[in-house]
Design a protein around this ligand. Structure first.
Ligand code: SF4
Ligand code: SF4
Length: 321
């Protein structure tokens, strides 16, 4: 039977700071937050209870009663869904610690709140999921944070997933700490690392990130880029346009030059979230010109370019958030 649902409602699970969710996509009009378990901190899971909850959401979607938090989500699609209970879309967002202090970061801005949260380790439960055939390859695995690479279990987790056939993994990283497990997975062509740099020089980097690590990040971008040069490689360099800080062609040119210099062929672009949301009805055409400038420059250099939600929204004249 065909019905409107999404891969996360059907087969997704997201490890958050203090709970398990269906997905981490909370920035569309419905707002996400479809909770599978509250007050979670890495302990063993009652799978029957968890899948019972998922079955209820799935049944609601099958009956045409869309979960209100899914309303307006871009991941909704109408198709026949596999009715078996398993997870193959996995998201890790439970790491709260970070080695950067980005000026636009929600966690940095709410430090007092995040300081109260205790980090946990997901490796035991992932092993359990693999042993019980609950977690299966074939979908996607994504990592956000905090900064995943500074978690003590991070390299073990990547090696565990790689050894068990996971091929579509994506990690968002500050790029400050080099991870041998990321490099190994890149060599196998099973993981893409997105390095957030937002700058074309040390001075701007320090203004935005408020740490002294520009050279380290460039060095790590190079190691990841050179680990596998197939097609566009497996290292993406990401730039968030921040009004009055890095919103100019000169800085963008320096950023793209630095990516080319380290052997990178894949760019990602976005616009600072809070500014975008506050100003979206009055954003000057200057910013669309800037987005187009990056797109044209990437195309002329035969680089891959990906627009994240705010930049894509501006380009397509739509709201993805
Ligand atoms: S429809 Fe969107 S919000 Fe709902 S579970 Fe899927 S990805 Fe998450
Ligand atoms: S790298 Fe990410 S988690 Fe860390 S401070 Fe920057 S935005 Fe926040």
């Amino acid at each position: 039977m065909k019905y409107l649902s999404c891969r996360y409602i059907e087969h997704g699970m997201d490890f958050e700071h203090t709970r398990l969710e269906t997905c981490c996509f909370t920035c569309h009009s419905g707002g996400g937050h479809i909770t599978l378990k509250r007050e979670y901190a890495g302990e063993s899971i009652n799978w029957e209870e968890l899948f019972e909850k998922k079955r209820k959401y799935r049944q609601d979607h099958r009956n045409g009663n869309l979960t209100p938090n899914c309303a307006g989500c871009v991941f909704l699609e109408e198709k026949e869904w596999d009715e078996e209970d398993y997870i193959n879309y996995l998201q890790f967002n439970y790491w709260i610690l970070c080695n950067s202090k980005c000026s636009y970061c929600y966690e940095v801005q709410n430090k007092k709140l995040f300081d109260k949260i205790k980090p946990y380790n997901s490796v035991p439960v992932i092993k359990e999921m693999i042993e019980k055939n609950i977690l299966r390859p074939g979908g996607e695995v994504s990592f956000g944070g905090g900064e995943p690479t500074i978690a003590p279990e991070f390299d073990d987790l990547i090696r565990l997933l790689t050894a068990n056939g996971f091929k579509n993994m994506r990690i968002h990283s500050s790029g400050i700490k080099f991870s041998p497990a990321i490099e190994e997975a890149i060599k196998k062509g099973v993981l893409n690392v997105v390095i957030s740099i937002d700058a074309g020089c040390e001075k701007t980097y320090k203004t935005i990130k408020r740490v002294n690590a520009y050279k380290k990040v460039i060095e790590n971008m190079k190691k990841y880029a050179m680990a596998n040069q197939t097609n566009y490689g497996y290292m993406t360099s990401k730039y968030i346009i921040i009004p009055n800080v890095n919103d100019n062609r000169k800085e963008i040119d320096m950023w793209i030059d630095s990516v080319v210099k380290v052997g990178g062929k894949w760019l990602a672009l976005d616009i600072e979230d809070v500014w975008y949301k506050t100003n979206r009805s009055i954003i000057s055409p200057y910013y669309l010109d800037l987005v187009n400038y990056v797109l044209d420059k990437a195309n002329s250099l035969n680089m891959k370019i990906e627009l994240y939600d705010r930049a894509r929204g501006l380009k397509e004249g739509k709201n993805f958030i």
